[in-house]
Design a binder for this molecule. Structure first.
Ligand code: SF4
Ligand code: SF4
Length: 156
């Protein structure tokens, strides 16, 4: 699958100087670094409320491209998929991966050098080891009761 993101014709360095709520739909989409981490299934500790990512990925995630296999109709195919928007980022950011560009911008932090918008290269996220390429497991291979055996150690 080729990189689906259009980065041409966007405002120069919009990711630094335009608030999230003022991004155009195209800029909003381009902000995604293509890491695929948010498509990993998560477990919540019932006592502490802590969220842990697992290596078990949503059934639509392509482990090579780290992109959704059917982005346009993802919510129909996977009702539990959370569609990020400027309206809900405030409630969702806390459980997104720490490197997620939406979370970083929501928290007023800069994008890392490996972000495709900064590097100009969609492969840079993978080269930096910041994507799920090659290490996720499709959810149809792992029963839910075994997900805790796949918890990712450390921060994503
Ligand atoms: S974690 Fe954030 S930057 Fe990475 S794929 Fe998900 S939405 Fe995009
Ligand atoms: S439906 Fe697509 S975007 Fe949503 S979690 Fe699954 S792979 Fe990710």
């Amino acid at each position: 699958m080729t990189d689906p993101t259009t980065r041409a014709g966007l405002r120069p360095r919009f990711w630094e100087n335009v608030p999230l709520k003022s991004l155009t739909p195209q800029e909003w989409e381009a902000l995604c670094d293509g890491c695929g981490k948010c498509c990993l299934n998560k477990l919540e500790d019932a006592d502490t409320g802590e969220i842990a990512f697992t290596r078990v990925a949503c059934r639509l995630l392509d482990d090579e491209s780290c992109r959704c296999g059917n982005y346009q109709i993802r919510k129909t195919l996977v009702p539990e998929c959370v569609v990020l928007s400027p309206r809900n980022i405030g409630e969702i950011a806390y459980w997104m991966p720490s490197t997620c560009a939406y979370r970083l911008r929501h928290e007023g932090k800069p994008l890392p050098d490996w972000h495709p918008l900064v590097s100009g290269d969609p492969e840079s996220v993978h080269r930096a080891g910041e994507s799920v390429r090659g290490w996720s497991v499709p959810e149809f291979e792992v029963p839910e009761e075994d997900w805790e055996d796949y918890i990712v150690e450390g921060e994503l």
